[in-house]
Design a protein around this ligand. Structure first.
Ligand code: CP
Ligand code: NVA
Length: 304
């Protein structure tokens, strides 16, 4: 079964093939020529946390390709509460052709995938956000052409988005640096896993201006992820000095672009001037979620 949990098992060719397909599907969509590749297929979405981009872009993607979708929120699914995760996964596998799961714990996605007879796609867990970074790569490719050698500086927490971005950057030979306050970098198990499975260069620093000095992309995300809301005020103190603002942009090359997975906490990790400025591509980046995910669904859900 082909699950998409963390992209650790994808190689460079898998990523480039997906991007090529995504670009093709985007072009077809913009010409008003979506092919009904998923006619009669159904996507299940089970979300324990809120979502705009992931949920709507997946549901729109499957609808545009001629398929349907069913959405269950955390309370309705009650994963592991109403029945075991395994029993849930075995049952829903008989109704739908793939599932997108957004969970608090990454172990929930892994356990679900162990029992599912259909592809399981991680639509964000506390540890990874693979669908996000597929759309991000498409956006970078549109802006830069070839990706190899492009330098990404992530300013913020060593969180789910940062881990997934570091993984795909490693696979595509794109130097990646994480700039975060001491104590908020990548956790040790991830550093070890990265060394073993990705073989890319994982740079970390506490110096944000230095991190952006030779960057092609300055990427940021919220300081407090979903599920960490009780830490918001302490995190705000720690992350003082890690805001992506005009002053930080002055330290970067003139052509460097700014990306953000959104939703943004304006005034915390990024200022209005930067998010609404010419160098920021966060909104086309959000749009590309749908095109990248279409390519993913076409790969996973088309009848064999
Ligand atoms: N970037 C992202 O995943 O957004 P949502 O939380 O709105 O899905
Ligand atoms: N790191 C953020 C990403 C949201 C898309 C979170 O997990 O809340």
């Amino acid at each position: 079964m082909q699950h998409v949990l963390d992209l650790l098992d994808w190689d460079k060719l898998d990523l480039l093939k997906l991007l090529k397909e995504a670009a093709k599907l985007k072009k077809a969509h913009l010409r008003g020529k979506n092919e009904p590749l998923l006619a009669g297929r159904v996507l299940g979405l089970i979300f324990e946390k809120p979502s705009l981009r992931t949920r709507v872009s997946f549901q729109a993607a499957v609808a545009q390709l001629g398929g349907g979708s069913v959405f269950l929120n955390g309370a309705e699914a009650a994963l592991g509460k109403r029945e075991s995760i395994g029993d849930f996964a075995r049952t829903i596998s008989q109704y739908v052709d793939a599932v997108v799961l957004r969970t608090f714990q990454h172990q929930t996605v892994e356990e679900f995938a162990r029992f599912a007879a259909i592809p399981v796609i991680n639509g964000l867990s506390d540890y990874y956000h693979p669908c996000q970074v597929l759309g991000d790569l498409l956006t970078m490719q549109e802006n830069f052409g070839a990706l190899e050698g492009k330098r990404i500086a992530f300013i913020g927490d060593g969180n789910n988005v940062a881990r997934s971005l570091a993984i795909v950057c490693g696979k595509l030979k794109m130097p990646f640096v994480l700039a975060s306050p001491r104590g908020f970098g990548f956790d040790r198990p991830f550093q070890d896993l990265y060394r073993r499975l990705v073989n890319g260069v994982l740079n970390e620093t506490t110096d944000a201006p230095k991190a952006v000095r030779d960057a092609d992309v300055i990427y940021t995300d919220v300081w407090t992820s979903m599920g960490q809301e009780d830490q918001a005020s302490t995190r705000r103190k720690h992350f003082d000095g890690f805001q992506v603002n005009l002053q930080l942009l002055k330290q970067a090359p003139k052509e460097a672009l700014v990306m953000h997975c959104l939703p943004a906490h304006r005034g915390d990790e990024i200022t209005d001037e930067v998010l609404d400025g010419d160098r920021c591509i966060a909104f086309p980046q959000a749009g590309n979620r749908m095109h990248a995910q279409k390519a993913l669904l076409a790969r996973l859900m088309q009848p064999k």
